[in-house]
Design a protein around this ligand. Structure first.
Ligand code: ATP
Ligand code: MG
Length: 564
């Protein structure tokens, strides 16, 4: 694409924006915002919204604000604010000096409320929350007017200022917009704008004892910040008339709200409420547990920001709800790591192998390729000696037909090393478990090549027993057992669907010695096993790795299946 050429619209939102620029709406400006409520950690669904809002700003030479929608003091915490900032930055986006809080606008929201009262468009209501619900009606029945709807402007102004001054109990009075109690759209039936709530706010402290409701605060915040396109998820489609009503009645700058489908992902839950539950009851180790679909969790799991952005690009933006297979997310991280990270050898479930004809005191440093996809990553030396470990799964005493790896009398290749043949099996007398293999090696096959064209059907990874380091490896599987949005299954608690085997701890793994200095965040491919990263729990004494993803590529299979 040439430098000054406008980006090709890739989705319906970019199409709308392209048209708005052409018709000089908003003076051809593009200004979006990402408006999280700081009531939990961000998840991969939020990443979709972040990539969309910041991505549009980037693509159209516009700006994107980060705005905390902090209108609900009882559920919000500074910890969440900090984590959200860290996550947006980690994803590679920057709000420069445009960090805002809805709480910055409380005074303005109050003044605008006074204005609406003066216009006869808002009133103080004494109905209790239960009564308000009762009066609201249902989808099929119109609501009833509140008996307080006819209060005079003076009385309303007086009551609102006394609400603010703290004269009334929590929940005893509200300020409501005067719209239409018989509207087909329930959101338009005199929605609450301010409620009495004595709660310490993480920014405004106890300055306020009335707090604005989301629908009122959001459109005004967008307006005050000069947002041009206010992008939100589909459940706000029915709120758009209210968004427009407030801004029209106030007669202030009017951004355009556009709705898109939220991300649903198979085998997990994407809802802060449910994720909080998992954290609180200890189903996971915290918000950053590598099984969590939170940004903090997938970061700790070893995902790269590039892979998450790439995922968001691939799923695109649409107007209809759908569920994305989690295999696509896994595919994106594999695709990224495959090319970038070094390959090393690690044995997760070690089985001892003694090479009978290899000299006891010999140590060879063999050349191993760091990444065959990228020769510039070079080679390294790995130590080879008489006693090795291979993977337990790579040996069968009684191999089934399709099993080509090591078995009694069979020859296989040890990667970058030698051909070996199994000549003996040692077992625990009591349990009959195989504890050690005796093998011989062919010195002429050094480097893993046969001099006489002799073929072997398997290549195994291995480590030298005396030189390898011990490590703990944490294997993760899906959090939720069933595919499909675990969230929407009616009548069932999502916790019944939790995968009891989502974490498997392997405490005596062996890794090649070069990894001894691996630092938290370091990423590797363990040959034949998958992608792994060093966990923050790791110390030089006790190395800890997380499995980011297996090598098995279910997504590629799904894609292939579709093409047929
Ligand atoms: P949750 O439903 O997980 O509690 P939320 O919508 O309450 O999330 P907010 O903090 O209000 O969370 O969301 C901030 C922004 O992220 C909003 O614009 C919201 O529409 C968007 N968002 C939240 N969840 C998703 C999702 N699954 N897919 C796309 N965008 C999302
Ligand atoms: Mg929300």
């Amino acid at each position: 694409m040439a430098a000054n050429e406008p980006p090709k619209p890739a989705d319906f939102i970019r199409e709308i924006i392209t048209e708005d620029i052409e018709t000089k709406k908003y003076e051809s400006r593009v200004h979006t915002r990402f408006p999280p409520e700081p009531n939990g950690y961000l998840h991969i669904g939020h990443a979709k919204s972040i990539c969309l809002n910041f991505g549009i700003a980037r693509d159209f030479n516009g700006q994107c604000n980060l705005r905390f929608d902090d209108t609900n003091p009882t559920k919000e915490e500074v910890e969440y604010v900090e984590s959200i900032k860290e996550d947006v930055r980690w994803l590679g986006f920057d709000w420069d000096d445009r960090l805002f809080y809805a709480s910055d606008y409380f005074e303005q929201l109050y003044q605008y409320a006074v204005l609406l009262i003066r216009k006869g468009k808002a009133y103080v209501c004494d109905l209790t929350p239960d009564e308000i619900r009762e009066y609201r009606g249902t989808l099929t029945e119109p609501g009833k007017n509140s008996p307080y709807r006819g209060r005079s402007v003076e009385e309303n102004l007086d009551l609102l200022s006394r609400m603010r001054a703290g004269e009334f109990e929590n929940g005893s009075r509200t300020l409501r917009a005067k719209i239409d109690m018989s509207s087909g759209n329930i959101n338009m039936r005199d929605p609450v704008m301010f409620r009495v709530l004595r709660a310490e706010h993480h920014r405004t402290g106890d300055k306020w004892c009335i707090y604005p409701m989301y629908d009122y605060a959001h459109c005004v915040s967008d307006s005050l910040e000069g947002i041009t396109h206010s992008l939100c998820t589909l459940e706000f489609e029915d709120h758009r008339p209210l968004y427009d009503w407030f801004l029209n009645e106030l007669g202030i700058y009017h951004p355009r709200q556009i709705e898109f489908a939220r991300l649903n992902l198979s085998n997990t839950v994407l809802s802060k409420r449910k994720l909080i539950q998992l954290v609180r009851d200890g189903s996971v180790s915290g918000w950053d547990d590598p099984r969590m679909p939170t940004i903090a969790g997938i970061r700790r799991r070893g995902y790269t920001p590039e892979s998450v952005r790439n995922f968001c690009d691939r799923i695109g933006v649409a107007k209809r709800d759908s569920t994305v297979d989690i295999a696509l997310l896994e595919y994106c991280v594999r695709e990224d790591l495959n090319k970038r990270v070094p390959r090393v050898m690690a044995v997760l479930r070690p089985l001892k192998v003694v090479i009978d004809n290899y000299p006891e005191d010999l140590l060879e440093e063999l050349d191993a390729v760091n990444n065959p996809e990228d020769p510039s990553m070079g080679t390294r030396k790995v130590p080879f000696s008489r006693v090795l470990y291979i993977e337990k799964d790579d040996f069968r005493e009684d191999p089934p037909k399709q099993f080509f790896r090591l078995a009694p009398g069979r020859e296989v290749r040890l990667r970058y090393a030698y051909y070996i043949t199994c000549v003996g099996v040692i077992k625990d007398e009591r349990t009959a478990e195989v504890t050690e293999l005796r093998c011989t090696y062919d010195p002429k096959t050094r480097g893993g090549d046969s001099p006489d064209g002799r073929k072997v059907k398997a290549t195994l990874h291995w480590v030298s027993a005396g030189h390898s380091r011990e490590a703990e490896v944490r294997l993760y599987d899906h959090l939720i057992l069933e595919a499909g949005p675990g969230e929407e299954r009616e009548g069932r608690d999502f916790k019944d669907l939790l995968n009891p085997n989502s974490l498997e701890l392997l405490e005596s793994c062996r890794i090649e010695p070069g990894l001894g200095a691996a630092l938290p965040g370091g990423r590797y491919q363990f040959e034949r096993l998958g992608y792994f990263c060093v966990d923050p729990d790791s110390t030089p004494e006790k190395l800890v790795f997380n499995r980011t993803a297996t090598l098995r590529d279910t997504w590629a299979k799904i894609e292939k299946g579709k093409k047929k």
